[in-house]
Design a protein around this ligand. Sequence first.
Ligand code: KE4
Length: 409
Amino acid sequence: MTFNQQLFKESLTIFPGGVNSPVRAYGAVGGTPPFIARAKGAKLWDADGKEYIDYVGSWGPAILGHADPKVVAAVQEAAANGFSFGAPTELETRLGLMVRQIFPSMEKLRFVSSGTEATMSAVRVARGATGRDKIIKFEGCYHGHADFLLVEAGSGAATFGNPSSAGVPKDFAKLTLVAPYNNIDAVEKLFQQNKNEIACVIVEPVVGNMGCVPPAPGFLQGLRDLCTTHGALLIFDEVMTGFRVARGGAQELYNIKPDLTCLGKIIGGGLPVGAYGGRKDLMDQVAPLGKIYQAGTLSGNPLAMTAGIKTLEQLAQKGVYEKLNEQSARLTNGIKNILEKKKLPYRLQSVGSMWTLFMDNNDRFKKFFHTALDKGIYLPPSQFEAAFVSLAHKNEEIDHTLVVFEAIL
Ligand code: KE4
């Protein structure tokens, strides 16, 4: 038995599925998940000492590469000054100002500790500010595990959604309407059927949670126009796309101004940070200023703020996104060339450094996934997740990955 297998055997006795977040259990691909011992740059090493080139990047945060020396040094220094005070610190203001400079639509914002808290809070602001209860989300989009967001499309007849998880009361799901992504007519129909009842539309402006699915031309603008026409608020869930598809996220890339934005992942550089924010007239309704309550013991804690500041400082350097997108294109174009040369019926979809190789069936994906893993290429263990390139992926890592893919596809 390998040390990984031993560790998994033990963790299975403590955690449901042996993990602290379901996708890590390899349910979609089978096998024993490697237990990661350490990471540096574009590389991971598991408990048995096996080395991998990492395309998961902790599901997005590791855009600089792992254990970036400047971030590590800053967090070490901050740690010596205490971990968390439950009181305001200058660090929160510094990171808040950086975020607002990068996302000007976030006139005011609030730090939380996860993407789930960010989206849950943004929807509460939308409901509180509009006095309306219903929301629209999209099939295949994931916004964290708040009850009212764990909702899938209802049967054709019903316009309201069904819980996608046990433990979510049907009544909670009733207020969540679900439309097909990229289908603006379906959204218009929901607005017509629920006049003056819809508080917001929440959307992944580039979907990562179906695998990478870009918005159809005009889709995001269509949402913007429908929300404006019907007095609903447009919420961009940029937990994955923020600081990823562009420094200012999808709202910068597609030039759309949402009313509220949710951030996570990269904003904390791998330490727990989420944020929600938007129009001042909306955010000023959040406690203690207004009546919409939201709170968090570890919100804005100094270590996470420090990691976020040091990460965003490096992402602010000139040419960073050009370099990131150049390296990503080296990989994605390389994969497309392999697919073309071998006449494979697969599809590579990407937006910048977010990408997914869609295969024609899950068995083939599982085989590809495990063969790649055995050869030291660490991919997301599900067909319906996005993979990520980091600034630490140099030509050596990219070209080696393409050699492996050429051999195994
Ligand atoms: P967290 O609560 O996991 O920090 O963020 C939830 C969330 C919100 N919005 C979007 C667009 C997201 O992608 C996520 C979380 N993403 C998943 C990966 N698809 C995190 C990995 C996991 O669940 O373990």
